[in-house]
Design a protein around this ligand. Structure first.
Ligand code: PLP
Length: 446
């Protein structure tokens, strides 16, 4: 074997990763198969995989094979705009300008309620009045069982997800997720060495019979579901489906983590799945999507028997989520202003969905939240489309970042909320539409 042969082969494999031939988290071909394909030997493939592992592009697991690293997925899925000229369809957040004045005055007012007790270390992981506010929020959007005594405060929903994954599973354990899911969940699982298995979905979300089969055959410790305005598909599980999923989990050995961060977008409140799982359901909500992600206010409602462990983990990791932000959360929730802000965001989302439907038509999913899931026409491959869009200053997210396991949807996700106004949104969507319809792609390299 020449000294550099394996480096050439590694470069070729890396190029395939960059081009999306092997998307994030995909299993790479077995050594022998790839060796035949690239006209080399299995030993060279082995050295190339080792080099790519050192470069953190792939990961190998004994007995399972070699996989494309998915860690950077989160960064790639959610990209900051590099200039004002760009149309950023990648960030799922509220239209924050709308909340600016309210938040400025709420933070000013909050500073007036600082007290020595609030500014000191505490012997608990969340002030009672702040947990009460969390219970009111969770209750308003579907979890009637929430009370101050079973609410925990976290630094946003992302912290809640990582807390629950780390607490309720061990390295090597299996976590069942929706076949297309929020990349933040995949990133935690990958960093923490948990295996994920994707559960197929239909138009109502997780398919009960498939979930049952996955629970039987893979024995996951945790099922994580996003029941409302699911990220990325936009699906909202109807009540019957929520009940069916709860009944299946009730009879299994798994816990449910219900990430209901978009629950406030439902026109009429839908009961959380956790409503039917008082002992096995853990519910996540928060203010990031309704008010501002910068507040980092997350609320976890958990069964009593899990509270001591979860509290201990919060204490050990962060002591407590900053009470300064939760003073604001409490003020906004108890005055009712938080609910008006959430409603205003829902109205903006509805308006923007109408604009998107008018321009993009049938290719978008049935959705009324912050984003749309677009099925690309057959002449487009998602990674190529994302690159071509970027060259036109349109930042969109490839469907591959959401795929848990082997599903490779030829889709992209578009957030409608981070573009500065409706005129800019209209312009950006029209440019996307013309790219979708065009068969002529530039010859620019990836
Ligand atoms: C489904 C889902 N869960 C959690 C989060 C993270 O929320 P937070 O900003 O509160 O950490 C996101 C953000 O996009 C999300 O889409």
């Amino acid at each position: 074997m020449s000294e550099t042969k394996f480096k050439d082969i590694a470069r070729q494999i890396e190029q395939r990763i960059d081009e999306g031939v092997y998307p994030p988290n995909a299993k790479l071909p077995p050594h022998r198969e790839l060796a035949a394909d690239l006209d080399t030997t299995p030993a060279t493939i082995s050295k190339a995989y080792k080099l790519l592992a050192e470069m953190n592009r792939v990961e190998s697991f004994v007995g399972r094979g070699t996989f494309v690293v998915g860690e950077s997925q989160l960064n790639q899925a959610i990209q900051p705009a590099e200039s004002d000229a760009q149309f950023n369809f990648s960030i799922l957040q509220p239209y924050v300008s709308k909340n600016l004045a309210s938040l400025r005055s709420a933070y000013q007012k909050a500073s007036m309620s600082f007290s020595p007790e609030l500014l000191a270390y505490t012997d608990h992981s969340g002030h009672l009045s702040h947990r009460e506010a969390g219970a009111i929020w969770a209750h308003r959007y579907g979890l009637s069982a929430a009370t101050a005594s079973n609410v925990l405060l976290t630094n946003g929903a992302q912290h809640a997800l990582s807390l629950l994954i780390e607490t309720l599973t061990q390295p090597g354990d299996v976590i069942a997720v929706e076949a297309l899911t929020y990349p933040g969940i995949l990133a935690i699982a990958s960093l923490a060495g948990r295996q994920v298995i994707g559960v197929d979905m239909d138009n109502d979300g997780l398919i009960p019979s498939v979930l049952e089969e996955v629970l039987r055959s893979h024995k996951p410790k945790l099922v994580i579901a996003i029941p409302s305005h699911q990220n990325p598909t936009g699906i909202t599980m109807p009540i019957q489906r929520r009940k069916a999923i709860a009944a299946i989990i009730e009879h299994s050995s798994a816990y449910l983590v219900e990430d209901d961060i978009y629950g406030f977008l439902n026109e009429a409140t839908l009961p959380a799945i956790c409503h039917w799982l008082p002992e096995k359901g853990i519910h996540i909500s928060g203010l990031s999507k309704a008010i501002s992600p910068a507040m980092r206010c997350g609320f976890v409602v958990a069964p009593d028997h899990l509270l001591p462990t979860l509290n201990a983990h919060i204490r050990a990791n962060i002591w407590l989520a900053s009470p300064i932000n939760f003073i604001v959360a409490e003020q906004l929730i108890s005055s009712g202003e938080a609910f008006s802000m959430a409603e205003a965001q829902r109205d903006i989302a509805k308006q923007r969905q109408t604009i998107a439907k008018d321009i993009l038509g049938d290719v978008i999913s049935k959705a009324d939240g912050y984003h749309v899931w677009v099925t690309l026409p057959a002449h487009w491959q998602q990674e190529r489309f994302v690159m071509e869009a970027k060259q036109r200053d349109l930042i969109v997210t490839s469907g591959s970042y959401f795929a848990a396991g082997d599903s490779h949807p030829n889709c992209i996700r578009l957030s409608l909320m981070s573009i500065k106004n409706n005129d800019a949104l209209t312009q950006g969507l029209k440019e996307l539409k013309s790219l979708l319809d065009s068969h002529v792609v530039s010859l620019a390299p990836f």
